[in-house]
Write a new protein. Structure first.
Length: 551
């Protein structure tokens, strides 16, 4: 059991000293004097040293020989974050008192309500120690809300100062000085928010923003959970590139969380989360059980965000199955996936031409690719009298080819069918979809290409594992071709080449290994060159070169 020898004592002194700095700053703003100024500035060095002592003790606890429990580690990390932000508040106090010298007369400041700001700050600081010692979520939230209160007050003061600056030239220096002081008071609110969120981290075990925490509370309440948040185990799921906050929620013991036990919490922009909710409901209506159930949904109009609790699906994602399962299990998973897709494709197929936009998707993502690999694009060059076209020229040529192509029908696609968005449950003998935000009626080739490239781009180069990946891709490509032949889809191969080239290019923005990224981009170039050379009739005879997806 961690002892925190001396750590909490230092921590209490730090809180008391920072609170003292805030009160002294208030006194100084009321009536400045050199003795109080010197005391505030001198005290800042003591607070800095105290923060350094706490910081050193925190790292000593984390790096010492004793094995700490996760909750103990979280508490130490939380204390470090709180200490850093307390010291920052003390720094802001010093910055505030230093601004007073720029007034022509300090009483000018008394025309503005700085007292309300300092009262909010003092109240927030008074909550820090009991919130830390008692793991009090309510007090932690009160500390967080201080930031919102200070923001609102700053906005009013800022507007008042701007109005006066526009109406007079006499008090410009004093008004600018007031603005700087209130800006520091507003920044203290940011530090209080960091402190409150650090305490929430100590309670639930994951870093989470206050609006995300409040969204989690709302969703748990709607799902039937009547307990306290400290009864819930929240584990963030790392690796998402969607911009959403995703975490797994479970109960810590045998009471409390019922309908939402083992659920997934998702929080993000309102458009994205609402869109995924609608797609989950649509999928569930079409194929009950294929996607997670939605336990609850909530919107925050102020933040422009939304959140939901959805079912946590048992099993393994397909990438885990491919890389770590026995061959028999892998073969079975691939068979069930293909059977499931065949059923979905046949059931949702709607005849009629559909415009494809794979090259447009690529163009939309090129800027992100170039941010990671600024020199990956090929310039036009000449080799032995032969012109080698640039990347821009090839993409433009393929865009023209694509503009003349249509898919003969549409199906309801997953929209982002990477291996890690498909869950295989060996016990239930079924596959299920997750992350269906992009689901829509479109060309099934989109899902085919994304699945193939998600296998190819796995940074796994051991011969045996690479062979497994190629076996999965070969089997899936054979399945997709059989479906295309059955539907008399004569341009399947050329659309597949466009889609695979698109996915190979755009995947490089997630790959920091320059040589592997270049390899994927070169394979896309090979496809672009083949496609750019096609004439009008060639689109029906073209055959996608399988070797592009081989090591």
């Amino acid at each position: 059991m961690i002892t925190f020898e001396g750590l909490m004592e230092n921590f209490r002194f730090l809180i008391l000293d920072v609170r003292g700095q805030v009160l002294a700053t208030f006194d100084f703003l009321n009536e400045p004097n050199s003795a109080l100024y010197d005391k505030i500035v001198a005290r800042d060095d003591y607070i800095d040293n105290l923060k350094n002592i706490i910081e050193n003790k925190c790292f000593s606890e984390l790096l010492g020989g004793r094995k700490l429990q996760k909750g103990e580690i979280n508490k130490v990390r939380s204390m470090h974050i709180v200490a850093v932000n307390l010291e920052r508040i003390a720094d802001f106090c010093v910055n505030i008192v230093r601004q007073v010298q720029y007034f022509r007369h300090f009483t000018f400041l008394h025309e503005f309500d700085y007292e309300s700001h300092l009262l909010v700050i003092e109240e927030g600081l008074n909550h820090v120690l009991p919130a830390m010692e008692e793991h009090d979520v309510t007090l932690a939230l009160e500390i967080c809300r201080a930031e919102n209160s200070l923001d609102k007050m700053y906005k009013l003061t800022f507007g008042h100062i701007m109005d006066r600056l526009q109406s007079t030239t006499r008090d410009v220096q004093d008004l600018v000085t007031v603005l700087f002081i209130f800006r520091y008071l507003e920044r203290i609110g940011d530090s209080l928010l960091n402190i409150g969120e650090a305490i929430l981290f100590a309670v639930i075990g994951e870093k989470i923003k206050i609006h995300q925490f409040q969204a989690l509370q709302r969703n748990l309440s709607k799902s039937g959970f009547a307990g306290h948040l400290d009864e819930v185990d929240f584990q963030a799921i790392w690796g998402t590139r969607s911009g959403c906050r995703i975490g797994r929620v479970e109960k810590k013991d045998d009471h409390g969380l019922e309908t939402a036990t083992g659920s997934i919490f998702k929080e993000g922009t309102q458009a994205k989360i609402h869109g995924e909710k609608e797609n989950l409901e649509r999928w569930d209506a079409l194929f009950p059980g294929l996607v997670p159930k939605v336990f609850s949904y909530s919107e925050d109009s102020v933040e422009g965000s939304a959140s939901m609790l959805v079912e946590f699906l048992p099993g393994c994602t397909m990438d885990e199955v491919i890389l770590s399962s026995e061959s028999e299990i892998l073969e079975n998973a691939c068979f069930i996936l293909q059977e499931t897709l065949a059923s979905i494709w046949q059931s949702t197929l709607v005849p009629g031409p559909v415009r494809v936009n794979f090259i447009s998707q690529l163009r939309d993502r090129l800027e992100a690719v170039l941010q990671v690999h600024p020199r990956i694009m090929r310039e036009e060059s000449v080799l032995n009298g032969t012109t080698i076209p640039s990347t821009v020229f090839l993409i433009s040529s393929c865009r023209k080819l694509e503009s003349e192509l249509t898919a003969p029908f549409s199906i309801f696609i997953h929209g982002d069918m990477n291996c890690n968005n498909i869950v295989y449950d060996h016990g239930e003998q079924r596959v299920r979809y997750i992350d269906v935000y992009r689901s829509r009626m479109f060309d099934y080739v989109q899902d085919v290409s994304v699945f193939l490239v998600s296998n190819f781009r796995m940074p796994v180069f051991e011969a045996g594992l690479r062979e497994r990946l190629e076996t999965v891709m070969d089997s899936f490509l054979h399945f997709a071709r059989a479906f295309a032949a059955e539907q008399k889809d004569s341009t399947f191969e050329v659309r597949l080449a466009l889609a695979v080239a698109r996915s190979l290019c755009t995947s490089t923005r997630f790959e920091l290994d320059g040589s592997f990224a270049r390899d994927m981009f070169n394979r896309a170039h090979y496809l672009f060159e083949n496609l750019a050379a096609l004439d009008g009739s060639g689109v029906h005879e073209y055959v996608f070169p399988d070797r592009v997806l081989r090591a």
